[in-house]
Design a protein around this ligand. Structure first.
Ligand code: GDP
Ligand code: IMO
Ligand code: MG
Length: 427
């Protein structure tokens, strides 16, 4: 039996989709345990590109079970649009291949609307959310007024819960000067989704447990990244779920003793979309160069990603919080041709240098990154398939990551395609 977690070690978009797809070859089950369609995971196989938001990245294989866990917030409209998109590309999404937790919370039209209205009301203090309704949906979950997939499966229960929610939410929408929603319209729309969803719905904790007990390999695919975690991220500039390894236990109904390893996906530099602190951000020509070379534009919103140097303080924190057993470093190819590459190894805060991420944004704002400089490499690494063939300077760069974080690198990404990968150490 083996079960392992693949999660984002930075602010998201580290290449989790590509790495999940690559590593899923050896997995039987791929599970999403948090987040929703705020995620945008790109997978390239041969000359085809797939953009996944809600469906696990194991779906491209014919013979894997894909699970949407109870910790995920499911927008049925987005779900069926994604299924139709995949089917159009020739990917089968059958109830045998895709199972959805009966305990997952549903994203409703009022969640999307409130996400937008609240962002607007925050004015210059907006978070820069994806406006997919993620925050308002998790708010309802915590506040205990949410509607779950199992409720949608019971017409009367759904009707009652929806009626109460539409009444309550219309009052709030009214406070923001938004347009009131009509119960009947949402009710009829969601009843259509209920019938389409029914065959996919199951108790996923039972399914995953049975698969692990039957000696199957289970991969838990994280969305977002450690610094967007609701507890350990740059709060309040975070998402509303637990993106760290601990989120797997609650988000998929699996005990910690059943998880064998955790791989942190780290981009060879750092990016962030949306607002919030970013100590190593490059707001100059170098930042623009990295953005262009790395095609750093969001999959879900199309926004330009902010770019900066690799921050080892972040990676060390992630390795600790999620108990990482290794890193997968992606986009090492993007750095080729940059003469001098900097890496942050600490923050100068008042008169000391710290190597952990401070909780307070006020302290963080005072932090000055301490850099080490590395000589770059000119050679393209896109065709390299073994660690030994990498340019010496790239190896030095990677070695420093391992040394500073005390965590080995098991996989290296040298391009977007499934085969653009160097396996350093079998997981
Ligand atoms: P995710 O959200 O973590 O799955 O990452 P995204 O898909 O949002 O963004 C990562 C982008 O980098 C995608 O366009 C991937 O195709 C691409 N990518 C992933 N790994 C590599 C790599 O090693 N090299 C290059 N050049 N691109 C990569
Ligand atoms: P993947 O899985 C990068 C960011 C948003 C915003 C903040 C809150 O592709 O790595 P939300 O809509 O979740 O309430 O927005 O989180 N964010 C992401 N940034 N990658 C993601 O997902 C993200 N999902 C949310 O930009 O700053
Ligand atoms: Mg993404």
């Amino acid at each position: 039996m083996s079960s392992f977690v693949v999660l984002g070690a930075q602010w998201g978009d580290e290449g989790k989709g590509k790495m999940t797809d690559y590593l899923a070859e050896k997995a039987d089950v791929v599970v999403r345990f948090q987040g929703g369609n705020n995620a945008g995971h790109t997978v390239e196989v041969g000359d085809k590109q797939y953009k996944l938001h809600l469906i696990p990245s194991g779906i491209l294989y014919d013979n894997k079970l894909n699970v949407i866990g109870n910790g995920v917030v499911v927008d049925p409209k987005a779900l069926f649009e994604e299924i139709d998109y995949l089917e159009d590309l020739g990917v089968k999404v059958t109830p045998e291949k895709l199972v959805i937790s009966d305990r997952a919370q549903l994203i409703m039209p009022y969640h999307r609307i409130l996400d937008g209205l609240k962002e607007q009301a925050r004015g210059k203090n907006d978070i820069g959310t994806t406006k997919k309704g993620i925050g308002p949906c998790y708010t309802d979950k915590a506040e205990r007024s949410g509607i779950r997939v199992c409720d949608l499966m019971h017409k009367e229960v759904f009707e009652e819960k929806l009626r109460r929610n539409v009444e309550d939410k219309n009052e709030i929408i009214n406070l923001y000067d938004g347009e009131a929603l009509d119960f009947e319209t949402i009710y009829n729309e969601y009843l259509g989704y209920a019938e389409r969803m029914r065959a996919h719905v199951a108790d996923i904790s039972v399914r995953i447990y049975d698969e692990i007990k039957a000696d199957k390999n289970v991969l838990f695919e994280g969305a977002q990244g450690s610094l967007l975690d609701i507890d350990y991220g740059t709060y309040p500039y975070v998402t509303s779920s637990s993106t760290v390894a601990g989120g797997v236990c609650t988000g998929a109904g699996i005990g910690p003793t059943m998880i064998n390893s955790a791989v942190g996906i780290a981009k060879a530099y750092t990016t962030r979309v949306g607002k919030g602190p970013f100590p190593t951000e490059l707001e100059d020509e170098m930042g623009e160069l990295i953005r262009q070379k790395g095609h750093e534009y969001g999959v879900t919103t199309g926004r330009a990603r902010r770019c900066g140097w690799l921050d080892l303080v972040i990676l060390k924190s992630t390795a600790r919080i999620s108990g990482l057993t290794s890193f997968a470093v992606t986009k090492i190819d993007t750095l080729a041709g940059i003469e001098k590459i900097k890496v942050c190894t600490g923050y100068k805060l008042d008169d000391k240098v710290i190597d952990y991420f401070p909780a307070s944004l006020e302290d963080l704002a005072k932090c000055e990154p301490v850099y080490e400089e590395f000589d770059g490499w000119d050679e393209s690494v896109a065709d390299v398939r073994s660690y030994d063939e990498l340019p010496e300077n790239a190896k030095k760069y990677l070695k420093r990551i391992e040394e500073f974080t005390g965590t080995k690198i098991s996989v290296i990404g040298v391009g977007p395609r499934r085969d653009h990968t160097i396996m350093v150490d079998e997981l």
